[in-house]
Design a protein around this ligand. Structure first.
Ligand SMILES: Nc1nc2c(ncn2[C@@H]2O[C@H](COP(=O)(O)OP(=O)(O)OP(=O)(O)O)[C@@H](O)[C@H]2O)c(=O)[nH]1
Length: 366
């Protein structure tokens, strides 16, 4: 029963941590959003409840379990909020499972442990390993003091119990930390690959794949959705005269200018060699035109300084279309209109913005 109990308790613990780590796309640490911290605290508490239910039977001592491990993991990895929620659920579970004097003492003890770990987790910002060792020592001290208080003075039993619980804690903390480290590495790899699949490697803007996806979903935004198509003028000449590296530098600086002119929620894409696009959601036409003109003017006035110190001037042409206040244009007609406006901007001399509205293409010179 003793060994079975150990195997079951550790298996429940590891399976529980695997499930809990799935709750967040990001690795478990203090940077995850508050909502996720609350969720993790709650599920950590449920895991503690399960661990208490499958406690390890011993002949000489009261049943032992690993309920303190999720609490330690919450305090070490996620932070004070998750630790506090976990501690509250453990304390309630102690009373639900055993509504006796001992159960109440254990519940109070876990309330104290939870509060101490919450404070420590808030103030102690050292490495995970440091926190794990320190928090484990603190927790074990409270557990063995609680044990001594509820079982009376027996130095031999106290020593044996202390050794046993310390050994279980060390082994299960080691296993849990190994699992979380492995899952963190996997999550970071996935986030890196996702980033690479969605972004252009040169400018770090969203790439053509993301543009196609955004265009497909553009209909859901309905009114005042603006599509801007931006093309660098005579870019081939930059490459031919100053070299490919100079061309790359120009592309990166234009990307920065576009980013600087777009607010949070507005998306900038590199959709071709020297073609960019901006999608503005809920942007009235006059504002869209102003943003386009500002971008066009800023690029024309920007001194592009090449690695050999040469300063060159670059211009861009912009075609704009908008779904208007009725939101009656689908993504295809928005794209066609913006493309036609861009063509007009190019054929009319470049370095200018054209705003397309239905069948009419209104001309605006910067
Ligand atoms: N440096 C650099 N050049 C690129 C990249 N991708 C595409 N290009 C170049 O972009 C140029 C595009 O030239 P064109 O399509 O002829 O257009 P343009 O010279 O800008 O002329 P207009 O658009 O008509 O004003 C080509 O010379 C491509 O080699 C890139 O990643 N880096």
């Amino acid at each position: 029963m003793f060994f079975e109990g150990i195997i079951i308790n550790i298996s429940v613990l590891i399976a529980g941590f695997y499930f809990i780590s799935k709750l967040s796309r990001l690795p478990l640490d203090s940077r995850i959003p508050v909502g996720k911290k609350i969720q993790i605290g709650f599920f950590n508490g449920l895991l503690c409840f399960l661990l208490m239910k499958f406690s390890i039977s011993t002949i000489d001592y009261p049943p032992i379990d690993l309920r303190h491990i999720p609490l330690l993991i919450a305090a070490c990895y996620v932070g004070p909020l998750a630790a506090l929620i976990t501690a509250i659920i453990i304390s309630i579970s102690c009373i639900i499972i055993s509504f006796t004097e001992t159960g109440t003492i254990v519940a109070i003890n876990y309330c104290i442990i939870g509060l101490v770990l919450t404070v420590c987790s808030y103030y102690i910002r050292r490495s995970i390993r440091y926190r794990a060792i320190l928090f484990s020592i603190i927790t074990l001290s409270f557990i063995v003091i609680g044990y001594a208080y509820s079982t009376g003075p027996n130095l031999v039993k106290f020593g044996e119990f202390t050794l046993l619980i310390a050994l279980f804690t060390a082994v299960s903390m080691y296993l849990a930390m190994m699992l979380l480290k492995d899952l963190k590495r996997k999550k970071l790899e996935i986030l890196t690959y996702q980033g690479q699949a969605q972004h252009d490697f040169l400018t770090s803007l969203l790439n053509k794949r993301m543009f196609d996806r955004a265009i497909r979903h553009i209909n859901q935004y309905k009114e005042n959705t603006v599509l801007m198509l931006i093309d660098i003028d005579y870019f081939k000449k930059v490459n031919d005269i100053y070299g490919h590296d100079a061309g790359d530098l120009v592309l990166k600086e234009i990307a920065s200018i576009l980013n600087a002119h777009t607010a949070y929620g507005q998306k900038v894409f590199r959709i071709g060699g020297e073609e960019f696009s901006v999608i503005l959601i809920d942007c009235p036409a006059p504002l869209a035109k102003k943003i386009g003109e500002d971008i066009c003017r800023e690029v024309a006035n920007h001194p592009f300084i090449l690695s050999n110190g040469t300063r060159i001037r670059i211009t861009i042409s912009i075609g704009i279309s908008s779904s208007g206040q009725d939101g009656d244009k689908n993504s295809l007609s928005l794209f066609r209109l913006a493309d036609r406006a861009l063509y007009q901007a190019k054929s009319d001399g470049r370095n200018r913005v054209f705003y397309a509205s239905d069948e009419t293409v209104h001309h605006q010179t910067v």
